[in-house]
Ligand binder design. Structure first.
Ligand SMILES: NC(=O)c1ccc[n+]([C@@H]2O[C@H](COP(=O)([O-])OP(=O)(O)OC[C@H]3O[C@@H](n4cnc5c(N)ncnc54)[C@H](O)[C@@H]3O)[C@@H](O)[C@H]2O)c1
Length: 317
């Protein structure tokens, strides 16, 4: 494979790059990343000699064209996106740029190079939320995004599906639940809980912490994406989930228990506007390709804690 991985210096993309280089060392890998606040290029240091890294924006079509032609790219995996819901509530413009115009630029690229397979990483947040007791979202569920972030991701999915129909380009879409693990930007929920607990600082939890998220360890997600690249069908959507729904307060307490810290570090703060109540996904489309998650939640949290501990030690040095 000659692979272009976008957003490869971010949380999930960096794990995908590291694992792909190890499992398929003879593939050509080019990573493009705009190096926003969420990126950390150093995450790729262990494989930097085996990949080509380009700092750049996926909305820059001439740059994408030059990369595709120079490296004879046959597959693109698109992790590049603005991803922080709170930031999208403050200002949606960067989300429209990366998540919608950026994807349109990938579509234009694929129209010119119709043999390219584009695997696009979307999210379960395109479906909005569920109330307690409601059945998990399926491929037939209506798109009903709640946040500007989710609305841009849903827009991109619709643009891609329309391009499949109108221009016959090769696209596969994945929609995954909340990921956790090492490499995530420290402004996201689980890294906030872990790092603040380690520093004995108060841990802010929205509302009463009763919202439920369906947690998946990050490398279980990247393994699923690999399988979609190799065994998926063009034009199809794959829903990825561990069916591991947990209240945010439960997640915070799991971290505190692993770190042997008191639960009273948790402090409730005013809820996020439009905050989704619960996510849950029927992942039979993904499991039909032979995928299942491998990492147990507590074990995954321990891995994440070990990594953030190392990062804090580096900062203190
Ligand atoms: N984190 C999750 O829980 C989760 C769950 C489901 C789906 N997703 C999706 O997975 C993908 C990756 O998420 P993540 O958590 O790794 O995000 P992240 O914010 O950690 O990383 C995104 C990366 O994309 C880069 N980027 C942003 N805009 C760009 C642009 N215009 N051009 C090039 N690079 C750009 C950033 O610099 C960053 O390195 C996103 O599409 C997201 O919607 C994430």
């Amino acid at each position: 494979m000659n692979l272009l991985i976008t957003g490869g210096a971010g949380f999930i993309g960096s794990h995908f790059v590291l694992r792909h280089v190890r499992s398929r060392p003879s593939d050509t890998i080019v990573v493009i990343d705009a190096l926003t606040y969420a990126a950390d290029k150093a995450l790729l240091d262990p494989v930097m000699e085996k990949i080509t890294f380009a700092e750049g924006d996926i909305a820059n079509l001439p740059l994408l064209e030059a990369i595709v032609e120079k490296y004879k790219i046959d597959t693109i995996v698109n992790f590049a996106a603005e991803t922080h819901v709170d930031r999208s509530i403050q200002n949606a413009v960067p989300f429209l740029h990366s998540n919608v115009l950026g994807v349109q630029s990938l579509i234009e690229l694929c129209k010119k190079h119709p043999k390219i397979l584009l695997v696009h990483i979307s999210t379960d947040e395109v479906y909005g939320d569920l109330r307690d007791g409601e059945a998990p979202f399926t491929l037939d569920s209506t798109l009903r995004p709640s946040s500007p972030y989710a609305a841009t991701k849903a827009s991109a999915d619709l643009l891609l599906l329309a391009a499949v129909r109108t221009f016959n380009i090769r696209v596969r879409i994945t929609r995954c639940t909340n990921n956790y693990g090492p490499h995530q930007d420290r402004s996201k929920f689980l890294p906030v809980v872990i790092t603040r607990a380690m520093l004995n600082q108060k841990i802010p939890v929205y509302g009463q912490g009763k919202q439920k998220r369906d947690w998946l360890y990050v490398t279980d997600h990247t393994d699923a994406v690999e399988l979609v690249c190799s065994k998926g069908e063009d034009g199809k959507i794959y829903l990825i989930s561990a069916s591991n729904e947990q209240e945010n307060i439960r997640v915070a307490k799991t971290v505190l228990d692993v770190l042997k810290k008191p639960h009273d570090l948790i402090t409730f703060v005013a809820d996020r506007p439009g905050h989704d109540w619960m996510y849950s996904l029927d992942s039979s489309s993904m499991r039909s390709l032979g995928w299942k998650p491998k990492v147990d939640f507590t074990e995954g949290v321990q891995e994440a804690i070990a990594w953030y501990t190392l990062q804090l030690e580096k900062i203190e040095d």
